[in-house]
Design a protein. Structure first.
Lengths: 256, 404, 70
């Protein structure tokens, strides 16, 4: 059985938790599969992997779907909980999964300190630019001008560039990909899992229900198409002019 | 008796061969501290008690008047292999990492003061619903808010009991001396593992910064959480066994309402009812193992006046009782060591023997309210100016009430 | 010919697979409407090159592509 295929990764899931609670076409579901595919290709001992996740749709990626130790904690705090578990038992492979609100808004402080400490964790931030579970409020990664329930006239604030923020804080592996770019995403997750030190992957995900619907792109495939069109690799970006880069998001490995 | 081990220099304290025990249930282990007499500060005694109890994960954040606990543990962990220390970025991170470490198998602790406890409450609620053993020390200071950082108070009694949202039981202990701080820190760890619950050690700045003699015995009784991978970790048994991460238990730990195996049950009234019932019952049904009170000067069947006190104030209360007895007043002191669950029956029976009941405390009547529930005639003596209550002023208040 | 199986219990009819397949192997089954969506029809399995875009981009692990002999 080919490692990394859906047939091969079914052994890692708790079937009774399926079908998943995610909306039809939720990008987080793609990420859920990508993480398992990376683990499958690395042939890791799944029972020694601990997933720590926060509150929000992204927090439900590992809990309860992954059939291994999962720790579903309070909003914004998975990085701090994970720090305790990893420091006490360094034999565990500890992976934190949370959304943009959880990891970078309420959890921002824990994120930058863990990066500063270069704690041997892998943090995967499922960034769908919105607080999805609570109905579609703005987050620190929502693009300026976007409509959300708390920015109905368009977001007046600028967003974080999460990958660069965490790189500046001291992380030693930093990447950004999207759920459309699932193959390089899987390759990046493999690198992050094998990296010793703080690794951070910002995964641009899609929320058709709360974000897409309010921002003129309501279909799952339409949102994936937008990711394909708007993402530009680091290498390619170097060849483009500033005008050509307006509205583009740069993907790739920022620190390795 | 001259103390054998002085506080300057901690190198000679470690007893050889004292290893951390992995065995479930009760065991007696050689004390990690050399037995003998010590002269210690309360905060230091707390740290030493934690070490003897097998604390092997500490995460904290500086705050007056608890910083000494963190600093002392930090120094001592350097000499003790296998124990982890980290200063986290804030109190929330501290308690979060304590809980994460506890699930990785650690006996974990943090120490803070009132404002830090306020920050930690959400995660304390998380520890309650996930039944995570851990010890949280709160060295109380004058509040509210920043208040008077270096001044004593006892204003966190209700916060410690009810601060996290929702319905639950929690264990809160308030020591009155350096010796009791040491012993009760050990008991806090044992109770935490026995009942799979966070235990708050409610010290106050008075005891925390006090220096006194204390004795360390050769052996310590340790209770370690039970393990059984066949049993569900969140149900069936009243206090279920608790595996650690990495043991192959495939744990499903969540702060959402859950069933016995940890699956979220956020729409089920039965699941919510069952879980809350068990979280409350496992403590409420075992008060006999948790309550701890002490009776001083109780010889008389009928007392003129009974004092109910705890923490630093209990020392002054004892002094006031001595003054009263010297003046031929039939006075007694009921000293509370375990504050929560509140020892209703003991207080009620003691109160029934006294004409007057007075509760001196460095707050506006937080324990008084509890005493009044079972002994409505009880009155308080309050001080909230950041000063300790003295024996003389309690005796003066007693005289006033007794119309002497 | 590759064998493509759709787990109809897990599929939610988001149709990402239909739109990303480079060979148009899959179609939306407009004749059926069940559980609030049109399910996916495996229309031309003989055109499948086992690129597995559908597998990788399915949020529900609901589609499996197997290479078979011949």
């Amino acid at each position: 059985m080919n490692r990394g295929t859906t047939a091969s990764i079914l052994k890692y899931v708790r079937s009774r938790a399926f079908p998943t609670p995610f909306c039809p076409g939720c990008g987080h579901g793609i990420l859920m599969g990508a993480i398992l595919r990376a683990i499958d290709q690395l042939e890791l001992d799944f029972s020694r992997v601990l997933f720590v996740s926060g509150i929000g749709c992204a927090g439900w990626i590992p809990s309860p779907h992954y059939n291994t130790d999962t720790l579903h904690v309070t909003h914004g705090r998975p990085v701090a909980f994970a720090t305790g578990a990893k420091l006490f038992n360094p034999e565990l492979t500890v992976v934190v999964i949370g959304g943009d609100g959880d990891i970078a808004s309420i959890g921002g402080n824990h994120l930058i300190h863990a990066a500063r400490r270069n704690i041997n964790l892998t943090v995967i931030c499922a960034n769908n630019l919105i607080y999805g579970m609570t109905g579609g409020q703005v987050t620190p990664t929502t693009p300026q001008g976007a409509r959300t329930t708390t920015t109905p006239a368009g977001n007046p604030e600028r967003p974080f560039d999460l990958a660069r923020l965490v790189a500046a804080a001291g992380a030693t592996y930093v990447a950004r990909y999207s759920v459309w770019h699932v193959r390089p995403l899987i390759a990046s997750i493999k690198k992050a899992l094998q990296h010793t030190g703080f690794s951070f992957i910002e995964v641009l995900s899609t929320c058709p229900t709360q974000y897409g619907r309010r921002n003129e792109n309501p279909t799952p495939a339409g949102m994936l198409r937008a990711l394909k069109q708007d993402c530009v690799t680091l290498e390619r970006a170097q060849e483009l002019s500033p005008e050509e880069l307006v509205g583009k998001t740069i993907i790739g490995e920022f620190v390795r | 008796m001259e103390p054998v081990h002085k506080t300057q220099g901690t190198e000679n304290r470690v007893q050889q061969g004292a290893e951390l025990t992995e065995q479930s249930g009760w065991t007696k282990v050689p004390s990690a501290l050399q037995p003998g007499r010590y002269f210690m500060q309360g905060d230091e005694a707390c740290a030493e008690g934690a070490i003897v109890a097998g604390c092997n994960y500490y995460a904290g954040y500086p705050i007056t008047p608890a910083s000494e606990i963190m600093e002392h543990i930090c120094q001592r962990f350097l000499q003790l292999p296998g124990r982890v220390f980290i200063q986290m970025e804030d109190e929330i991170g501290s308690i979060a990492s304590v809980i994460g470490a506890s699930w990785a198998g650690a006996r974990a602790m943090t120490a803070t003061s009132g404002p830090g406890l306020s920050l930690m409450l959400e995660n304390i609620g998380y520890a309650i619903i996930t039944e995570t053993p851990c010890v949280i020390v709160d060295v109380q200071r004058a509040g509210p808010s920043t208040g008077q950082a270096t001044r004593p108070a006892q204003g966190d009694v209700m916060q410690a009991r009810w601060g996290a949202h929702g319905d639950y039981e929690i264990i809160v202990i308030s020591p009155w001396s350096v010796q009791e701080t040491y012993a009760e820190t050990i008991r806090a760890f044992n109770l935490a593992d026995r009942f799979r619950v966070p235990v708050i050690l409610l010290m106050d700045e008075g005891v925390g910064h006090l220096r006194e003699n204390m004795t360390v015995s050769a052996e310590t009784s340790i209770y370690r959480r039970l393990k059984d991978p066949m049993q569900p970790p969140f149900g069936e048994a009243e206090v279920p066994p608790m595996p650690a991460f990495g043991e192959g238990a495939r744990l499903l730990v969540t702060g959402s309402t859950h069933d016995a195996w940890g699956y979220r049950r956020t729409s089920s009234p039965q699941a919510q009812e069952q879980l809350v019932e068990r979280l409350v019952g496992k403590i409420a049904n075992h008060r006999d193992e948790i309550e701890r009170t002490h009776a001083h000067f109780y010889d008389e069947e009928r007392l003129d006046i009974l004092l109910v006190a705890y923490g630093f104030t209990a020392r002054s209360a004892l002094g006031a009782v001595r003054l009263a007895c010297a003046a031929k007043v039939k006075a007694g002191l009921l000293r509370l060591t375990t504050l929560w669950p509140f020892p209703d029956e003991v207080v009620k029976q003691a109160g029934a023997r006294a004409r007057l009941v007075m509760v001196p405390e460095m707050n506006r009547g937080q324990v008084l309210r509890e005493v009044q529930r079972v002994t409505p005639q009880a009155m308080g003596y309050h001080r909230t100016d950041g000063e300790v209550i003295t024996s003389l002023e309690i005796w003066a208040a007693m005289q006033k009430e007794l119309a002497l | 010919m590759p064998k493509i199986t759709v787990n109809t219990d897990w599929c939610k009819g988001c149709h990402i697979c239909v739109e990303v397949c480079p060979r148009h192997v899959l179609e939306v089954d407009k004749d059926v409407f069940r559980h609030g969506f049109h399910p996916v029809l495996v229309a031309r399995p003989e055109d499948c090159t086992v690129c597995r875009q559908c597998e990788l981009l399915c949020p529900d692990l609901a589609i499996i592509v197997e290479e078979t002999e011949g």
